[in-house]
Design a binder for this molecule. Structure first.
Ligand SMILES: Nc1nc2c(ncn2[C@@H]2O[C@H](COP(=O)(O)OP(=O)(O)OP(=O)(O)O)[C@@H](O)[C@H]2O)c(=O)[nH]1
Ligand SMILES: [Mg+2]
Length: 290
């Protein structure tokens, strides 16, 4: 993905995207109040991306923001070289009252890796709702129809409504051609299914010391904008679908600016997921009356 030539310190006179840093409550309320238009519909968010990109950490970060405390339900790891997450796991987020959950769920998946990662075919099957919760991915062979974890007749709640690519800012320049090809293949499969796609650019603190010091600089640093433009060009992701975040990973208390970026990304994920639910419903209503 080419090297980085610009210096991290170059700052734009104005941020190129607006974030309301002073008031994250509106964004938090949006997420807390979200209800799909159809009763009983669940918004399923599938995370995929290279090994160690921060998929599990992103789920934990969203849970932390919603619970207003540090949360580590999805196990994240900093030493394994192959994917730490092996099982297909659905994460539901509990609301304040017992046995009530937010109407969106996350699916965490094994990371992509040229040798030991999840197979592209398995991700495609997960998009269509064919993979049941608890399936352990096999990097050598894809799930078969005879597997007890293969769902032969997925309902709309089993299907994925938003596909989220999680990728780290600090290793963008060394993505292998194989991974880039796999990412493009998964994106194409999701596009065929008309599933909206969002990209979360993680570890912005690690990629840029300026951001580590002050996260509010994220949309002012030329270096970060160029990174996003490079990602957009290489993988074919529109710029307005890319959201830089810093996951909670070492801290023990929340930070309002970190929350703001996570909530900003979640608003888009939910909004486009809801659009997809409505689109699919109008499609099936049309086919029922035809
Ligand atoms: N500095 C920094 N570290 C992060 C961030 N997000 C995740 N990490 C760290 O990166 C490592 C990998 O994170 P995971 O969440 O396990 O990544 P994953 O994509 O789930 O990885 P696999 O399940 O192995 O594919 C962990 O040590 C995290 O603490 C971030 O935004 N900034
Ligand atoms: Mg993981």
């Amino acid at each position: 993905m080419g090297g980085d030539s610009s210096k991290p310190a170059q700052t734009l006179s104005k941020p190129w995207r607006d974030i309301n840093w002073e008031d994250k409550r509106g964004e938090l309320q949006f997420l807390k109040n979200y209800k799909p238009q159809t009763e009983g519909q669940q918004l399923r968010i599938l995370l995929y991306g290279p090994v160690g990109a921060g998929k599990s950490s992103f789920i934990n970060s969203v849970q932390s923001v919603l619970h207003d405390r540090m949360y580590v339900q999805a196990l994240a790891d900093n030493i394994s070289h192959d994917s730490f997450t092996k099982k297909y796991t659905t994460y539901k987020i509990q609301k304040d009252r017992p046995n009530t959950f937010y109407p969106f769920v996350f699916n965490d998946i094994m990371g992509l890796d040229p040798h030991k990662g999840v197979l592209v075919e398995d991700v495609k099957l997960a998009l269509k709702g064919h993979v049941k919760d608890g399936y352990t991915f096999n990097p050598d062979t894809q799930i078969t129809e005879n597997d007890p974890f293969y769902n032969r007749s997925p309902t709309s709640n089993d299907k994925v409504q938003v596909l989220v690519l999680v990728i780290c800012a600090d290793t963008l320049h060394c993505l292998s051609d194989t991974i880039v090809k796999e990412l493009q293949e998964i994106r194409a499969a999701a596009s065929d299914l008309e599933i909206p796609q969002v990209t979360i650019l993680t570890k912005i603190d690690q990629a840029c010391p300026e951001i580590k010091k002050d996260i509010r600089k994220v949309y002012k640093l030329k270096y970060m904008k160029e990174k996003m433009e490079k990602l957009s060009a290489e993988i074919g992701i529109p710029m307005n679908c890319i959201f830089p975040v810093k996951n909670y990973h070492e801290e023990i208390s929340l930070n309002s600016d970190t929350d703001s970026l996570i909530l900003n990304a979640m608003r888009q994920i939910i909004t486009w997921g809801e659009d997809h639910i409505r689109f699919k419903q109008s499609q099936s209503a049309r086919s029922d009356t035809a």
